[in-house]
Unconditional design. Structure first.
Length: 54
């Protein structure tokens, strides 16, 4: 699980974002791995990346 919290001083608000990362498990991770192989990229490209905003 990934969690980030930010405070906006200008708007006096708190933004909390959480994500359960399930991409590398099951068919979706295998699909990304196979796409990487088809494109000539390293097999793990994009899989260990954490996409968290902001």
């Amino acid at each position: 699980m990934h969690l980030t919290v930010r405070f906006g001083a200008r708007t006096d608000t708190v933004l909390a974002i959480s994500a359960l990362d399930n991409l590398t498990k099951g068919a979706s991770g295998a699909a990304v791995q196979n796409m990487n192989l088809l494109l000539g990229l390293p097999e793990t490209t994009g899989l260990p990346a954490v996409g968290v905003y902001p």
